[in-house]
Design a protein around this ligand. Structure first.
Ligand code: C2E
Ligand code: CA
Ligand code: CA
Ligand code: CA
Length: 278
């Protein structure tokens, strides 16, 4: 039909039908995955730079696909959002996180767990109530849970966003700003937003040891965070040079492949026994 209506079909690209067929089948898989609990967390430690110990874990979702094996978030989160299932997934993962904390508590492990919230779901009407129910049902302290949100998430309406964060904080749940420096940030909102921790985006860390302006930016972020009484963590630390610079700049914590990749639960917990990796 494209030949006859050439103008109307100008968007047609070879392979497009295959692409939409692929998306359709992935969507079907996705619904099944939600039903059959095919999502799991990997856990990446966050290391305190002062004592060299693990101060928290970040939960990072993986999809154990029945045919395709282990899928990374970049391979399915965009689709999840596209088909409108991101709220379902976030709520499912939130419960998984709280259940994990309950399990750790039984094992005598009291390390906080940070969970990522999709921008579209933060400030969800029912989220706070849902969190309250989950913490109660699983008998988990809110102090064990941390929500990672991106700047954009909180920024849309600063007034509303900061009230929302304040309410979570009153519940005892901590909130951190993820990917800091990459969003539409205004410094003013940092002052208003009662967050606990700032996570410097990996893009600044990658070249900091060789790029003077990235180094200056990080130095300024650390000063800013501490001046506002907030903790600051650097993401994506991959080598010792970066670690040394961050330590010299008084960054509070780091996370990255240098110390540990995101790991299956038992491997991640085994790292708690190592005294000081730094
Ligand atoms: P993010 O929250 O910024 O997570 C950090 C990402 O960087 C993770 O990728 C992690 O594996 C990776 N990473 C950690 N250290 C290093 C390093 O030293 N070098 C490099 N090159 N990468 C490092 P991952 O697990 O593929 O997750 C990607 C993104 O997907 C996350 O970015 C987050 O935005 C989203 N995501 C992951 N899990 C969840 C989840 O449970 N819920 C929601 N809503 N989003 C999630
Ligand atoms: Ca994160
Ligand atoms: Ca990040
Ligand atoms: Ca990110």
């Amino acid at each position: 039909h494209c030949k006859r209506h050439q103008q109307n079909c100008s968007f047609y690209q070879p392979g497009m039908e295959e692409e939409s067929a692929r998306l359709l089948s992935l969507e079907k898989d996705l619904l099944q995955a939600l039903e059959q609990d095919q999502f799991i967390f990997y856990f990446q430690p966050q290391w305190n730079l002062r004592d060299g110990r693990i101060e928290a874990y970040e939960a990072l979702v993986r999809w154990i696909h029945p045919d395709k094996g282990l899928l990374m978030p970049g391979q399915f989160l965009p689709l999840v959002e596209q088909v409108g299932l991101s709220q379902e997934l976030d709520l499912l993962l939130l419960e998984k996180a709280v259940a994990t904390l309950a399990d750790w508590k039984r094992q005598g492990i009291t390390v906080p767990l940070a969970v990522n919230m999709s921008p579209v779901n933060f400030q969800l009407d029912g989220l706070k109530k849902r969190l309250q129910q989950l913490l109660l049902r699983y008998q988990v302290s809110p102090a064990m849970l941390e929500l990672e949100i991106t700047e954009n998430t909180a920024m849309n309406d600063m007034e509303k966003g900061s009230n929302y964060v304040a309410e979570l904080q009153q519940m005892g749940i901590r909130v951190s700003i993820d990917d800091f420096g990459t969003g539409y940030s205004s410094l003013g909102y940092l002052r208003k937003m009662p967050i606990d921790k700032i996570k410097i985006d990996r893009s600044f860390v990658t070249e900091m040891a060789t790029n003077d302006s990235d180094m200056m930016i990080i130095k300024t972020m650390v000063t800013l965070a501490h001046g506002l009484g907030k903790r600051i963590l650097a993401e994506g630390v991959e080598n010792q040079a970066q670690l040394e610079v961050l330590r010299a700049l008084s960054c509070d914590a780091i996370q990255g492949y240098l110390l540990a990749k995101p790991l299956p639960e038992q491997d991640a917990l085994a790292l708690l026994a190592t005294d000081n990796l730094l």
